[in-house]
Design a protein around this ligand. Sequence first.
Ligand code: NDP
Length: 472
Amino acid sequence: MEKAEIGLIGLGTMGSSLALNIAEKGHRIAVFNRTVSRVDTFKAEAGPLADRIVPCHSLAELAEAIRPPRPVIIMVVAGKPVDEQIAALREMLSAGDIVIDAGNANFHDTVRRFNELEGSGLAFIGMGVSGGKEGARHGPSIMAGGTEESWRRVENVLTAISAKFKGEPCAAWLGPDGAGHFVKTIHNSIEYADMQMIAEIYGILRDGLGMGAKEIAPIFAGWTEGRLNSYLIEIAARVLGADDAKTGEPVVDIILDRAGQKGTGKWSVIEAQQLGIPATAIEAAVAARVLSSMKGERLAAENAYGRNVSRISEPKKALLKHLELGLLAGKIAAYAQGFAVMAGASKPFGWNLPLPTIARIWRAGCIIRSQMLDQMAEAFGKDAATTNLLMAPTFVRMMNEAHPSLRRIVAVAAEAGLPVPALSSALAYFDAYRQGRGTSNLIQAQRDFFGAHGFERIDTPGAHHGPWGHDQ
Ligand code: NDP
């Protein structure tokens, strides 16, 4: 039988979609799944693409079915299952073959796996794939890390299946070992911030203005015509417009307000802290998901304190304009933080992450795709020294126009008793970032007072101590 060009393990939501995408682009693919019956069902349901699918009932069969040098994509639940698959594959593959982990791995695991395989002759690519089921099926954004040489060997298949933005593939090699999975992790954390801010705006409309889901849906839909044009705003409008089949009510109204998470947000926050890069809007979004999961405690607190949300009296038309512009400002600050974390990670991890390329491959296919990412790609591309988006001239102009609206909506929400943790963190970050003289002179004085840590003076170089009147 004709050999396959590539193999794939894990025919779950993402793996089955990726496999069909690969077959559709003309590549013969060998597939294997832990629950082996799924392999035959998959082929049987592949319609006209079935001819390019080689069903394998064991890993040995899979290895045998692929033409060397064999690339094998692993698309299983992240963590231990990936290590188990790699260990099993090591027995079947030989020098020159490439193992590609396409799940949402923690990049520290990817670095470890890369190092473990180095020297065995097998190459390892850690690859972030974004776009959910639809993206995987019809064109995801692909963020790869490993050796550039191993990427070159699989580039044609992976760029063929990726999303295209004005004809440009949204797939790229981003650096050695864990670079691709790190970038995917930060992508997801920006997604957390984006979604949280949209939810906060929804909260202002629902609880501050008393609007129903059906009234809010067209507002979001209208914003997709402007600078907020993005996948997440688009699906927010669609979700708000959908009815529940059982009750006939808007489906969002019967969904429990408890958000799940799988770890990429938390990992990003931990890395940002380790690197010493402020990512406060992202941190607020991750914390908001955690707080959302504490439903019982929140209900008890509401009993203890009362909800005390008041209606916003600001004229609706003016407020809607502020909400649109304020969300834009909040988004810019969150993206600035995400990109700053990637810029900060480049050196310690030896990745030299290409910010313009990252912005470019996020313009289509991935969950955070938006019109603004095209402007970000241009901004980072114009000036290699720009590591914080807030310093790129286009974004200075946009923030100058939009931050007064962010300030307005944060103030209005605070007055009304509505929580806007991500939007207010974004505003505080922006205000602190642009403050040439802040207030940490007082902190330094206190540190010197209690711990003799010393401080710098504004007028004389060197370390100094204060006149505290006690032994330091
Ligand atoms: P699914 O739950 O749909 O599928 C999981 C797959 O992993 C199945 O093929 C399952 O096999 C296999 N599997 C689970 N445990 C083991 C194990 N111990 N050994 C071997 N195989 C195992 O998950 P998804 O397709 O959604 O996710 C796969 C990866 O892609 C994850 O890392 C996820 O984080 C990532 N991802 C998911 C996205 C999404 O939108 N869903 C988006 C981007 C990335 P079996 O059929 O036998 O259970």
